[in-house]
Design a protein around this ligand. Structure first.
Ligand code: ATP
Ligand code: MG
Ligand code: MG
Length: 357
């Protein structure tokens, strides 16, 4: 019997848990935020992983990270800080948006001079869903607020054509496995929908695999990592890395013979990891701040994942994967689904339709 403990008890650990069950892997997500929880008893054979990049030094968090089988334990510190993450990407010669570290003495003028007339400040750590970001525009005379100094990096504005991501894994013995590139739609910094695979992205696959492969190998990483990219013409540049299973890989639950959650578990517990088979094209729609609707279950080709979290505006509370035998059938399902989603999903579904045509 294999046992895996997960730093974090959110939806990613939960989905890892149910991917592990059929393989006989017991997955134990652990709440590392509550300082009153006692450190769990961890057997020596246990494997420790994380569903997030950053966690507080609670008794539970400390116990898990101190375990001898905590995979990639030196990676999290490096990728959780955007400065060291960017340094790693630069050192490998992998393309990424131009950036600078915001020091105490850094001014907006310096940012404009080095990065262009519109720059994006990103908090070095803790940001997600576009939180912890601030645009500065030279034309508006924006200055660099003091509270962003020494806590953020500044990035050039990327004039990207579209956003894509690559999810892949490295095994203990150094083999690499990748899913096809995923096309992502972000609205106000939040991922709203993903599509994969798309034939028109096929020619970028080798480039993407080469980039993420170099990063995985350099880190001697084991398990699943996601690389978010901007496509500018025929060139990909890395936006950011996530050393874990990733929202843009959720479609693999419906569209691949091995989901990203299973792939991660196989890699970290040293089980065989063949290249997953991909079934047709999948669409993933994130459920953001919406109430549960049983009508979503009316359609045989849609798969609901509800995270059982309290519904709050802007909060990811679930996702829907759609996978069917043809694009035509997918399009029919999107129409069916639309009548059971709030009006603001109209734009998202239109985007998906446009991409599929
Ligand atoms: P996530 O939830 O994916 O972890 P995050 O809060 O860490 O998001 P980023 O992925 O860095 O933030 O940025 C969020 C979104 O903001 C990107 O998906 C993209 O749409 C936009 N964005 C980020 N950096 C740039 C940039 N340099 N130029 C233009 N747009 C950008
Ligand atoms: Mg991020
Ligand atoms: Mg991102």
């Amino acid at each position: 019997m294999k046992d895996v403990w997960v730093i974090g008890a959110g939806q990613l650990g939960r989905m890892m848990q149910y991917a592990g069950t059929p393989l006989g892997i017991n997955v134990h997500p652990v709440n590392v935020d509550d300082p009153t929880l006692p450190a769990p008893e961890l057997p020596a054979h246990g494997v420790i992983t994380a569903e997030r990049e950053l966690w507080p030094q609670t008794p539970t968090g400390q116990a898990l990270q101190a375990h001898g089988n905590f995979k990639n334990n030196t990676v999290f510190g490096r990728t959780a800080d955007r400065k060291t993450q960017k340094e790693l990407i630069d050192a490998l010669g992998v393309a990424t948006a131009k950036w600078l570290n915001v020091e105490a003495s850094t001014s907006a003028e310096q940012c404009y001079r080095e990065l262009g007339d519109t720059v994006l400040l990103k908090r070095r750590s803790g940001g997600y869903d576009g939180r912890g970001q601030l645009w500065l525009k030279q034309a508006d005379g924006d200055a660099l607020p003091d509270e962003w100094k020494q806590t953020s990096i500044a990035e050039e504005k990327c004039p990207f054509d579209e956003e894509v991501s690559l999810v892949g894994a490295r095994t203990q013995s150094g083999e690499l496995v990748f899913y096809p590139l995923t096309r992502n739609l972000h609205v106000n910094g939040i991922l709203m929908a993903s599509i994969s695979p798309l034939q028109r992205l096929d020619h970028l696959q080798p480039q993407a695999e080469q980039m993420l492969g170099a990063i995985l190998n350099k880190l001697e990483y084991v398990g699943v990592m996601a690389m978010e990219c901007f496509r500018i013409g025929d060139k990909l540049i890395v936006n950011e890395l996530a050393p874990r299973v990733h929202n843009s890989g959720h479609w693999t639950q419906a569209g691949a013979s091995i989901s990203q959650f299973e792939m991660h578990l196989r890699a970290i517990t040293e089980l065989p990891l063949p290249q997953p088979l991909i079934r047709n094209t999948s669409v993933m729609i994130n459920l953001i701040g919406v109430d549960y609707d049983e009508a979503w279950l009316d359609f045989a080709d849609t798969q609901l994942h509800w995270y059982n979290k309290e519904v709050r505006p802007g909060r990811k509370v679930g996702h829907i994967n759609i996978n069917d035998g043809s694009i035509e059938k997918l399009l029919v399902s999107l129409d069916n689904l639309q009548s059971h989603l709030s009006e603001n999903y109209g734009e998202v579904l239109d985007w998906v339709r446009e991409e599929l045509r």
